[in-house]
Design a protein around this ligand. Structure first.
Ligand code: ZN
Length: 133
């Protein structure tokens, strides 16, 4: 197990609209999945060893809805797969890295994740996920 770029998260107003460009390019798309905890509907676009995650808000309270209201549609986060999430989080916390939440959360497809606050990562919201194999 090693590190990898798991996916790129893109905030979109409409999955139906956002999917079109990837379909035109000829990429396959996953089926839509709702993540109630994050108030989003998600589609994954697999590309080689990584994926694009299209995130459409399902409510105005959604973090994605607020992002789009503030900054418009576009790249929201990058996601890095790590061999052991607990170890990574401990290292970051003991080094004073600011995390968006103190606890590891469960997301689309049951994967475990945590976000590093952009103030600790040169303006990039970084999602850490754990290798599932
Ligand atoms: Zn993500």
């Amino acid at each position: 197990m090693s590190f990898a770029l798991d996916h790129l998260g893109v905030a979109v107003r409409s999955l139906a609209d956002a999917k079109a460009i990837y379909q035109k390019i000829g990429l396959p798309l996953s089926s839509e999945e709702v993540v109630p905890a994050e108030n989003v509907r998600v589609v994954f676009v697999p590309i080689g060893e990584t994926r694009i995650e299209l995130l459409e808000p399902t409510s105005d309270d959604s973090v994605i809805a607020k992002f789009i209201a503030r900054r418009g549609e576009g790249l929201h986060h990058i996601s890095i797969r790590v061999p052991n999430l607990e170890t990574a989080v401990q290292k970051l916390q003991s080094g004073g890295t600011r995390l968006v939440s103190d606890e590891i959360k469960i997301g689309a497809g049951g994967h475990r994740y945590i976000f590093i606050h952009p103030s600790s990562s040169s303006g990039v919201l970084i999602e850490l996920v754990e290798a599932s194999d």
